[in-house]
Design a binder for this molecule. Structure first.
Ligand code: ADP
Length: 497
């Protein structure tokens, strides 16, 4: 498989030419243990560079730095000063979109075009949106009745205050974007942060770490500790961390909740999904085919919202699933750094083995692959996009999150039938609906148990729209002004006049 891989940009080549360190209290430092780990190019399996392997001791140092910054210069900064700093991060990301995009594609395997336009471009938008929110955090004035003190006069109001030191643990599927979704509102609300990037993809967060000093943030407001699950566990259990925000698997999310009990820190979670994508026979079928492919193939299926249960109305089932399989099979597979690539490698050997394991389970249980089912090429972690039909609701490929380019298609008869089937899941993150009938679209949107519903499109995210899960897909909401709620607490002040 001959591949066209453009040379690295000088800034990217320079960044990966040295071992990378932790950002603690405004200084770049080695891990206390001196240990490092390798980060790998998933298109080739080759080492990109080495990164400091932070552990509990480094988390301690980073939390202390975040606490000092919270109590020091950051607490004295006015909202409009925070606004300007946060806006600046968005501007720098826009200016250096190609550098961030290429580094992201190299470390994660995703297409460089998508990484630059979507991951980095959207991140810049999220920074700017949250810059604006920094000056719009409000309480309210309330007239209390005070039934136990009928004669007095009172003046009462609420204040929305920052939480303090926030731990943020993020996954590898959208590294810079997940760092942004978490950091930008936390900072807008006046918190300080210790960020723990995923061990598979630490690089873009570390490059972002260089931006804070340049933008003018005081040292210690953002600290970055790269490392493995043990570093994340230390952060979630830390007695001087006021809140932990996590995006990742439901399994690890449950561990975070347990670890947080020591000091009952606040917890928000954005976890797994097995989202239904519902195609009615009266849909614009051309748009529905393209959108339904993107629903589970975007980012090589490594999306928590992936529409991996494709419910298709029975009268169009055979034709529609075949059209989806044909469109998926036509996608150009290759390394993310090749700008013409449509489907890149999975992020790691572990993820490859996991996805391949599910495909083998699907085949063994009697499902039929209309397309795909195999490894692609002879190096890197590529898997062919795979469309399964003849599946039963209890198959693991229907019930469990696969996190790869694999979809299970199920026929349905009517609206009630599909809502019941769609809701037959422990998850409730997102849902897609395709129909030209507006009433049916609204009825189905109300009936599905999901935090985000997309009609006649999939992945209909927006910076201003709250995002998060029903059921075991999570706690709390990110994006929109809901994110500020997640990083503040309300204080009631009642004054006897
Ligand atoms: P995925 O299954 O998508 O790889 P994980 O949920 O395993 O995602 O990991 C997401 C993030 O959580 C990563 O940064 C990882 O290092 C971290 N992590 C893994 N285990 C733990 C743990 N027990 N406590 C806290 N963080 C963890």
């Amino acid at each position: 498989t001959a591949v066209l891989t453009p040379a690295l940009l000088p800034a990217v080549a320079d960044f990966v030419s040295r071992d990378r360190q932790l950002l603690i209290g405004g200084a770049w430092v080695d891990a206390a243990s001196g240990e490092k780990f390798e980060t790998v190019d998933p298109a080739t399996g080759e080492v990109i560079t080495r990164v400091a392997k932070g552990t509990a001791e480094d988390i301690d140092r980073a939390v202390a730095a975040a606490r000092a910054a919270y109590e020091g210069p950051w607490s004295r900064m006015k909202p409009n000063e925070r606004e300007r700093l946060i806006w600046k991060v968005g501007d720098i990301l826009s200016e250096r979109a190609e550098i961030f995009g290429q580094l992201e594609a190299l470390d994660n395997g995703k297409s460089v075009a998508i990484a630059t336009a979507v991951d980095v471009g959207w991140s810049a938008d999220v920074w700017r949106y949250n810059a604006g929110l920094a000056t719009k955090i409000k309480g309210s004035s309330i007239t209390p009745s005070m039934p136990f003190a009928p004669d007095g006069q009172f003046h009462a109001y609420t204040r929305r205050e920052s939480l303090g030191v926030c731990g943020q643990i993020i996954p590898w599927n959208f590294p810079i974007l997940m760092a942004t979704w978490k950091l930008a509102p936390a900072l807008a609300a006046g918190n300080t942060v210790v960020l723990k990037p995923a061990e598979q993809t630490p690089l873009s967060a570390l490059l972002l770490g260089e931006v804070f000093e340049e933008a003018g943030f005081p040292p210690g407001v953002v600290n970055i500790v790269t490392g493995f699950g043990d570093a994340g566990a230390a952060l979630s259990a830390h007695m001087d961390v006021d809140k932990v925000a996590f995006t990742g698997s439901t399994e690890v999310g449950k561990k975070i909740v347990q670890a947080a009990t020591g000091n009952l820190k606040k917890v928000t979670l954005e976890l797994g999904g097995k989202s239904p994508n519902i195609v009615y026979a009266d849909a614009d079928l051309e748009a529905a085919v393209a959108g339904s492919v993107a629903a589970w193939m975007f980012n090589h299926g490594q999306c928590c919202v992936a529409g991996t249960r494709m419910f298709v109305q029975r009268e169009i089932f055979d034709d529609f699933t075949q059209a989806v399989a044909d469109a998926a099979a036509a996608a150009k597979i290759g390394p993310g750094l090749d700008p013409t690539t449509e489907l890149g490698p999975l992020v790691s050997q572990e993820q490859f083995d996991r996805v391949n394991g599910y495909i083998q389970q699907g085949l063994a249980s009697g499902a039929r692959a209309l397309t795909g089912g195999n490894r692609w090429g002879d190096r890197g972690y590529f898997i062919e996009p795979t469309v399964f039909v003849d599946v039963e609701p209890h198959y693991s490929i229907v019930e469990e999150e696969i996190f790869g380019p694999v979809v299970a298609a199920l026929p349905f008869d009517d609206e009630e039938d599909v809502a019941r089937a769609a809701n037959n899941s422990i998850y409730g993150l997102a849902a897609g609906i395709w129909t030209k009938d507006l009433s049916k679209a609204h009825r189905t949107a109300a009936a599905v148990q999901a935090g985000s519903v997309w009609v006649n499109q999939y992945n209909g995210f927006d910076t201003a729209l709250p995002f998060g899960g029903f059921k075991q897909s999570g706690w709390g909401r990110e994006l929109g002004d809901s994110a500020i709620d997640a990083y503040t607490q309300v204080k009631s002040v009642n004054i006897a006049l």
